[in-house]
Design a protein around this ligand. Structure first.
Ligand code: SAM
Length: 576
């Protein structure tokens, strides 16, 4: 097989809108994405569902390199004939070891190309309003690694650096004090302004303003952590004028834990749901589902043919889509090439028998099979206790700014929030739209079971400009969801916005695999409620007179559905 091609692609400082058009196109086309720690979920979310994602980041606490492993993966995937996108933070050739990867690929005869990216060396200062050069006081700039500040064998000429107008140090948080000492020892004034910009263009961006003399103490006191970029020079003062201007590339207040030396939430989820992935895979192999999916078939027809609960079967099929084995087309589900070639018993290249042995070793799929036969019939949410309530609140806190980013509430007048994370939503909305009145109600707080009778919502009767339901639908059975939607509809004025943020089983959005696997795992193990899919929700909203129903995947591994109320609301009906 002739080798595929590897693209070493700069992903910019993190914000998806700072990707180049070429980078976005390549991500969408990639068969394999090999990526590091500093890549945001929204950027990865551009890829097609069947993309193979390979995470090669290392925890920030570890300095040993995984470079050999990275080289090996690039080589192996290219030799499989794949289009491989190696995504690197910022620009691939600035302190990113992109040069080594290019050399390695050239040595092994693999076709490759390098796509530049917006480097953090320039964009992190910019994000703090600091222009790195200026006609009046900065005509030159040096970009320097902070790693060598403690190194006696350093190749850096500190006397020359101290004469530069502007200095930008990457990877310098740990050595900030030593960097400052070296510069002062070589002639820079201790009063020279310095700024440390942490997580530029990410959730929780922070800017520390200091001077060389105070830098070490300030970084320590403020708990600045990598990734952060240090700027030294008179230009830092210029930033003050521009720092707080409103801007499209917004910063968000939360999510700072993304950079703690711990697994990112999506990795945790992936670890937690890996078992479910292999169970779904094993069960589908055992029952020969891939044999029957050469032609596209609708999920409902397949469920009937296979004697399965339709909702549970739809979840399994979505799970196989998320695993990159099936694709969902307007005509229904059908094998992707790998499933046709290796997983069908009739295929010449079938590895079915071998794979089944491996899948069986990784766990039993009895629970999943039972769930597929019976679905969640007769189950009503039984309450998941305090831990679950805390988890719902934590998820809402994490997501509130991302939800607000996607909603334009500017002309709403008043917002009724129902569900988890009331305080987080109140704060986020008040910061962005101080004039909006905010009412909140959580029918689940402290309840073990969903309340059979709905207490009246605050402000009910009044017509709100927007109703925001967060994290409540996944706790409801079908009748309860219907009733909540009717209440929301009644609380909205004509043209009012309904926004539903929840852990749906997503359809027509591109969820990361762990979301789909996690949803199915929750159902199988808790035997619980029948979570609403986006499709089913869309039908209910249209029947209630809503229009413009849209679904968006959010970085916190959840889905936001929005709709506008057009027709007058229906009268409230009994819970079915
Ligand atoms: C290994 S270097 C890679 C630089 C990357 N190739 C580039 O062009 O931005 C990583 C360093 O980049 C800086 N950095 C990366 N992302 C950043 C961000 N969002 N905010 C501030 N600094 C960042 C930090 O100094 C971090 O230690």
């Amino acid at each position: 097989m002739s080798p595929g091609k590897v693209y070493l692609v700069g992903a910019g400082p993190g914000h998806p809108e700072l990707l180049t058009i070429k980078a976005a196109e390549l991500i969408k086309m990639a068969d394999v994405l090999v990526y590091d720690r500093l890549i945001q979920e929204e950027v990865l979310g551009l890829a097609k569902p069947s993309v193979e994602r390979i995470y090669m980041g290392k925890p920030l606490s570890r300095h040993d390199s995984r470079q050999d492993e990275i080289h090996h993966v690039l080589l192996e995937k290219a030799r499989e004939g794949k289009l491989v996108v190696r995504l690197k933070g910022g620009d691939p050739f600035l302190f990113g070891r992109g040069g080594e990867e290019a050399e390695f690929l050239a040595d092994h005869g693999i076709p490759f190309e390098v796509i530049p990216g917006v480097t953090s060396a320039l964009s992190a200062p910019l994000s703090a309003g600091i222009p790195v050069t200026h006609r009046n006081n900065a005509s030159c700039l040096a970009i320097v690694t902070g790693h060598e500040a403690r190194d006696e064998e350093t190749r850096l000429d500190w006397a020359a650096l101290a004469r530069m107008d502007t200095l930008v140090f990457l990877m310098s948080v740990k050595n900030a004090g030593r960097v400052a000492d070296r510069l002062v020892a070589n002639g820079k004034a201790p009063e020279t302004p310095a700024a440390m910009i942490q997580m530029a263009f990410w959730h929780g961006e922070r800017v520390l303003l200091s001077t060389l003399g105070r830098l070490a103490a300030d970084v320590e006191r403020e708990g600045i952590r990598p990734p952060a970029t240090l700027v030294v020079g008179e230009v830092v003062r210029l930033g003050e004028r521009f720092r707080n201007l409103p801007r499209d590339l917004k910063r968000r207040e939360d999510g700072s834990s993304r950079f703690q030396p711990a697994p990112a939430p999506d990795q945790l989820l992936r670890l937690a749901t890996a078992g479910m992935g292999s169970q779904a895979f094993g069960l589908a192999l055992e029952n020969g589902y891939f044999d029957r999916l050469e032609e596209a078939s609708p999920g409902g027809a397949l469920a009937l043919e296979w004697g399965l609960d339709p909702q549970a079967a739809a979840e399994l099929l979505e799970c196989l889509v998320a695993l990159g084995l099936l694709e969902r087309t307007p005509e229904g589900y059908r094998n992707l090439e790998m499933a046709s070639r290796y997983l069908r018993s009739e295929s010449d290249q079938s590895l079915r028998a071998t794979l089944l042995v491996y899948a069986r070793q990784s766990g039993s799929w009895e629970d999943l099979a039972r769930y597929l036969r019976e679905g969640g019939k007769g189950h009503v949410h039984g309450g998941e206790g305090e831990a679950s309530q805390e988890a719902c609140d934590a998820l809402a806190r994490f997501s509130a700014p991302a939800v607000a980013d996607r909603l334009d509430l500017g002309s709403c007048g008043s917002v009724l929030h129902v569900g988890w994370g009331g305080e987080a939503y109140r704060r986020t909305i008040a910061e962005r739209w101080p004039e909006i009145r905010f009412a909140h109600r959580n029918p689940f707080a402290g309840a073990d079971h969903f309340p059979r009778t709905f207490p009246p919502w605050d402000g009910e009767g009044a017509h709100h400009g927007a109703v925001l339901l967060s994290g409540v639908l996944k706790c409801c059975n079908r009748g309860e969801v219907q009733r909540l939607l009717e209440k929301a509809s009644k609380a909205l004025g004509e043209g009012g916005l309904l926004a539903i943020h929840d852990a749906f089983l997503p359809v027509n959005v591109l969820p990361p695999p762990e979301v789909v696997l996690g949803g199915l795992a929750r159902h199988v193990h808790q035997g619980g409620c029948r979570t609403w899919s986006v499709d089913r929700l869309r039908d209910s909203l249209l029947a209630l007179g809503f229009e413009s129903v849209e679904a968006h995947a959010l970085p916190a591994a959840t889905v936001l559905v929005t709709a506008r109320r057009s027709a007058p609301p229906l009268a409230e009906g009994p819970v079915s």
